[in-house]
Design a protein around this ligand. Structure first.
Ligand code: PLP
Length: 360
């Protein structure tokens, strides 16, 4: 820390992303990326003409892409805002809607950034405990009198709540903003985008990072009433009006023109998820019921840390959170069939004691 850092940030605990090792090749099942490439149309559109226009700023309104996304979801472009990854729009939403009077609540076990943004913007938050089965209990949020952010499906558990539950939460807190983070919704949960015209306090956040195979392009978006989107634009235009770059806009347009490709890939991922889940259960794992592109699992005879390290020593990266209640779980991204087969055979050997757990 330099002696110049504002005291406001001296105790800030940053978000710690999953490892992105650049020196060794791992089977990478730790950050919920897609094992499939972006659609061929994306690769075709990011051509030399696209690159040679990088001397020009992008369309700060992202009009063409917003229209495509709005058409896809059967809403209006005024209900859509684009962001540099959905992390950015979440950050804008915390900035726009929370303060010392308008606090925020979210599940105690959820996406790590919620806590980081609350700390960064000095917003008091309530961490609402998940149920013993690790599900979000919607009753806990009824009439809570605070803004709310819930990932649905939740991360890192993968467990989803239903539309009627979200509707009850939104209806019982009409004076607060309810943010539903749908980063993983395309793998089998139900989106609440259809409710944004009914509830002017509902903000739905999505991303192309997981289900449209564009984690490296950094493209997220949010849906809400024209007024909520207007407020977010006020913040966006005060921070970085050119937040989505030209190549990413082009990639995003192609991705929304080729939705069939992604739907079939996501269906395949959901199938591999179910097969892998059964195999892990056969090895003695407890596996939470996931609607996302990852599984959250623990084994009664091995600690999470031990399994994480043993897998890493054997060339497989998964995510381990050294935290209360979930320290014995591994969060395993659903990768290709081949990678999941390798994962299951290494786990089987580790659990049966046929493989040296590693450590050198
Ligand atoms: C991955 C993820 C995001 C952020 O995705 P971006 O890559 O920034 O679009 C947001 N919320 C949850 C719950 C996530 O898992």
């Amino acid at each position: 820390m330099s002696r110049f850092l504002s005291g406001r940030f001296s105790s800030l605990k940053e978000y710690v992303p999953g490892e992105q090792p650049q020196n060794r090749r791992y089977i990478k099942l730790n950050t919920n990326e897609s094992p499939f490439s972006p659609s061929p149309l994306v690769l075709e559109r990011i051509n030399s003409a696209a690159v040679s226009s990088l001397n020009l700023y992008p369309d700060n309104e992202g009009l063409a892409l917003r229209e495509k996304i709005a058409d896809f979801h059967n809403i209006r472009k005024e209900n859509v805002i684009l962001s540099n990854g959905s992390d950015e729009i979440l950050s804008f939403a915390f900035m726009a809607f929370c303060d010392e009077k308008r606090k925020i609540a979210f599940p105690d076990i959820s996406y790590g950034f919620y806590r980081v943004y609350a700390d960064l913007y000095r917003i008091e938050y309530t961490a609402v405990p998940l149920a013993p089965d690790f599900s979000v209990r919607s009753e806990d949020y009824i009439n809570i009198g605070k803004n709310i952010v819930i990932a649905n499906p939740n991360a890192p558990t993968g467990i989803a709540i239903s539309l009627p539950e979200i509707e009850k939460i939104a209806a019982s807190n009409p004076d607060y903003v309810i943010i539903i983070d749908e980063a993983y919704v395309d793998f089998g949960a139900e989106s609440c985008i259809g409710l944004i015209n009914k509830y002017d306090n509902l903000l739905v956040v999505q991303t192309t990072s997981k289900s449209r195979h564009l984690a490296g392009a950094r493209l997220g978006f949010a849906f809400g009433s024209e007024e909520l989107i207007g407020d977010l634009n006020k913040i966006r235009n005060s921070v970085n009006p050119y937040n989505v770059n030209r190549l990413t806009l082009i990639a995003g347009e192609a991705a929304f023109e080729d939705s069939g490709y992604y739907q079939s890939c996501n269906k395949k991922i959901a199938e591999i998820r179910e097969i892998t889940s059964e195999k892990l259960k056969a090895l003695g794992f407890e596996v939470l019921p996931s609607k996302a592109n990852f599984l959250f699992a623990r084994h009664p005879s091995r600690s999470g840390k031990e399994l994480y390290l043993s897998l890493k020593n054997n060339g497989i990266l998964v995510r381990h959170f050294d935290k209360e209640r979930i320290g014995d779980f591994l969060r395993i991204t659903v990768g290709s069939e081949k990678d999941m087969n390798i994962l299951c055979s290494i786990l089987s050997a580790l659990i049966n004691g046929d493989l040296y757990p590693g450590g050198n």
